[in-house]
Design a binder for this molecule. Structure first.
Ligand SMILES: *Cc1c(COP(=O)(O)O)cnc(C)c1O
Length: 349
């Protein structure tokens, strides 16, 4: 399978923007090449120079932690940027299509719509797994990308790896596996199978377990041609200097992150046990993520009640297969206790 051939014709022709810093080689003392302000910044710290367009230091640290060479890593301004660039680079507007597995994360659809790319929806099975027959029937010669979210948002479950592999083996386009919640999952990342599948793209993010949603950093892992294409289409300075620096610092705190993950998973199971005891809770779905999808007999009423009590959760009731559900993020132990205390009062009232 040739990933180069899969990209849009105009992207094949695209000569990427060449940054001032990328053009010069060697050492210089005086930088008069990028029209920057030479005096500094009106801040305690200077940010007057453009950041590293290829984020070399950050990729080096990620490579060490993930065991994936830097050349196989793309870094975006959030995974949302990677999602958009994948669609933009590979899907011809008004001609190609993507397949999403509903119910799932909303950005695949938004990015496709923005790029005027058709969206084909295949429902997950009742236990929220891939419907491989239906997917096979839906794929046509214009299908360029299939998005799989595992663990899936908003259902919380992991998608069976064997099913993803079946798709990877049989589909002649990109299979994007969005692993935003992988740190909370019992199932291993599919990242170790990158060498086997040139059409596999794995998305991960600093927004969830790493606690850096406000910095906007997402990662895409894939084959060399794929990463080269994403680098070619990305805005040259898509990650700020501050973001790159803080992310490198954050990566030194792996033990702290691991302890948060452990606590979140334990809290998730505790919250699940406590929720299921409430008689107006119909179901708490199995979760491999840092949230629970909970079915109520009247989700809208519970949503409004929680809101009146200063607790905000995500109402997913309007989504097909998620009728009467709320998606509840796992908070700190105290926050989770307050949630349960509040819901217990609802039970009485
Ligand atoms: C939260 C989330 C992301 C993260 O997006 P960023 O742009 O990296 O913040 C990606 N995919 C899914 C499914 C998510 O739920």
């Amino acid at each position: 399978m040739d990933i180069q051939d899969l990209q849009r014709d105009n992207i094949k022709q695209l000569k990427p923007y060449s940054t001032a810093r990328a053009e010069f080689k060697g050492n210089a003392e005086i930088f008069l090449d990028a029209n920057e302000n030479p005096y500094g910044s009106p801040l305690p710290q200077a940010h007057n120079r453009y950041p590293d367009p290829i984020q070399a230091a950050l990729k080096e640290r990620i490579a060490q932690i993930k065991g994936i060479p830097p050349k196989h890593i793309f870094i975006g301004n959030g995974s949302d940027e990677a999602i958009d660039l994948i669609i933009r680079a590979f899907c011809e507007p008004k001609q190609d299509n993507i397949i999403i597995m509903t119910p799932t994360y909303g950005m695949y659809e938004v990015s496709a719509q923005l790029n005027n790319v058709e969206i084909k929806r295949v429902s997950l099975t009742p236990d929220f797994q891939l419907d491989l027959n239906n997917i096979a029937e839906t794929i046509n010669s214009n299908t360029k990308v299939v998005f799989i979210c595992s663990p899936n948002n908003p259902t919380g479950n992991s998608i069976k790896k064997l099913d993803i592999e079946t798709l990877l083996n049989n589909f002649q386009g990109l299979v994007v596996v969005d692993e935003a919640y992988i740190n909370y999952s019992k199932q291993y990342s599919i990242i170790n199978e990158l060498t086997e599948y040139p059409n596999l793209v794995v998305l991960q993010t600093f927004s969830k377990a790493w606690g850096l949603a406000g910095l906007r950093i997402g990662m895409a892992f894939g084959s060399l041609p794929l990463i080269e294409i994403l680098n070619k289409v990305k805005p040259p300075y898509n990650l700020s200097e501050v973001t790159q620096k803080l992310a490198v610092e954050a990566l030194d705190n792996l033990p702290l992150i691991n302890s948060w993950i452990k606590e979140t998973v334990a809290e998730r199971e505790l919250l699940k046990d406590n929720l299921i005891k409430l008689d107006f809770v119909v179901n708490v779905y199995p979760s491999d993520a840092n949230f629970l999808l909970v079915k109520f007999n009247d989700a809208n009423a519970v949503y409004n009640y929680l809101l009146e009590n200063g607790i905000i959760v995500r109402n997913r009731s309007s989504i097909e297969m998620c009728e009467n559900t709320l998606r509840i993020s796992i908070g700190t132990p105290q926050e989770n206790e307050k949630l349960i205390a509040c819901l217990t009062r609802y039970n009485v009232a």
